[in-house]
Design a binder for this molecule. Structure first.
Ligand SMILES: [Zn+2]
Length: 108
């Protein structure tokens, strides 16, 4: 059992208490606030993960694109095919992640 400060009156109360014994504030409501807060944190983490994916996709796209126009890479070679595949995969991945981000932002 830990002692916490009441969010309303700032007096010391048990974290197991349902109500503050000083001001009568229901601590169960605070719990739902905490849950909402945790949901918020996980949403931020998810958004960050999506941003990381979009960054990786962009790197794939740009890397492949640059490689395709590299001096030593000729059309028909496996390097060129790899560059082309990287560009296409990066582009598709980027579109998918952007769509996911769009839906994610609409969820609010
Ligand atoms: Zn209180």
């Amino acid at each position: 059992m830990a002692v916490i400060n009441c969010p309303s009156c700032k007096k010391k109360i048990s974290d197991k208490a349902i109500k503050c014994s000083h001001c009568g504030l229901s601590l169960q409501e605070i719990d739902s606030d905490k849950i909402a807060n945790l949901n918020n944190v996980s949403r931020i983490n998810q958004a960050q993960r999506l941003m990381t994916y979009s960054f990786i996709a962009m790197l794939l796209f740009c890397g492949g694109f640059l490689l395709m126009f590299w001096d030593n890479v000729e059309q028909g070679t496996w390097q060129h095919n790899l560059a082309l595949a990287s560009t296409v995969i990066g582009f598709i991945l980027y579109i998918i992640v952007r769509i996911q981000l769009l839906f994610f932002k609409r969820q609010k």
